[in-house]
Design a protein around this ligand. Structure first.
Ligand code: PEP
Length: 256
């Protein structure tokens, strides 16, 4: 399985800034067979960047889209419109769940819409600090994972990536804490078990599981060597070119 490094730029960079960043990033990158790199710019930048990106070196990821392909949905962009523009899409990010009120039903529809439009969904799941404190982590993970994948056909699981992002470890959250390798390994094991139980060993073992939460170039090595972790979803550190390229270098080293 490849190692995935995905940078989530969130609501940062104008189209011009995103283009300059991508230009610099592409110059620093070569084609790594075992490491798949993607960046997720704002929706407005996806189309111009899709003309600029060298897909042999890296891919583009959407941060969000709507689950209906077209219609009376003012202000929305559909996965259908992103077909051929984005290769991946982050779905179910905690900021979408808790700031924009997206529930598991909507997330499931978005996962299905992405798959339908040949965009690989990166389904984000993770417990809040209080859910962990109340011992609810396993239930939250089970609920978010199973319901997020509810609307796709069994065979389509091979297009899905799962990202474990404990909400309390995301750098923009007040008083964020670093997740320990043991805490991550335990949840990643649960995720793998659910995938194998639901889809069988052959398909369930192939789904990449990423970790996200305050990853930077100094801790990327420790997180990438957590048993069961197949890559990283990087927020804040992906905005700093030297940090993001540092993380990619670590991924290459870990894989070689
Ligand atoms: C994220 O929001 O997906 C994320 C992982 O952010 P950060 O790396 O800044 O914690």
């Amino acid at each position: 399985m490849k190692t995935y490094i995905v940078g989530n730029w969130k609501l940062n960079f104008t189209v011009g800034e995103a283009s300059i960043y991508l230009h610099k990033l592409l110059r620093k990158m070569s084609n790594y067979r075992d490491v798949e790199v993607a960046v997720a710019p704002s929706t407005i930048a996806l189309q111009p960047l899709s003309l600029q990106v060298d897909r042999h070196k890296m891919k583009l990821c959407a941060q969000n889209a709507f689950y209906r392909d077209y219609g009376a949905f003012t202000g929305e962009t559909s996965f259908n419109q992103l077909r051929g523009v984005a290769d991946y899409a982050i779905i179910g990010h905690s900021e979408r769940r808790y700031i924009f009120g997206e529930d598991d039903k909507m997330i499931a529809k978005k996962v299905a819409a992405a798959v339908r439009n040949r965009i690989s969904p990166i389904l984000c799941i993770g417990e809040t600090e209080s859910e962990r404190a109340f011992g609810e982590t396993a239930d939250v993970i089970q609920d978010q994972l199973v319901s997020g994948l509810m609307d796709i056909a069994e065979d389509d699981i091979e297009k899905v990536i799962v990202a474990y992002e404990p909400v309390w470890a995301i750098s923009s959250v007040k008083a964020a804490k670093l997740a320990t390798p043991d805490e991550i390994a335990e949840v990643v094991r649960m995720i793998r078990q659910i995938l194998v139980e639901t889809y069988g060993a052959e398909k369930g073992e192939k789904v990449p599981i990423l970790f996200g939460g305050s990853v930077n170039s100094s801790n990327a090595g420790a997180y990438l060597t957590v048993p069961g972790v197949n890559g990283l979803l990087v927020g804040g550190a992906s905005l700093i070119l030297s940090e993001f390229t540092g993380i990619i270098e670590v991924a290459k080293r870990v894989r070689s």
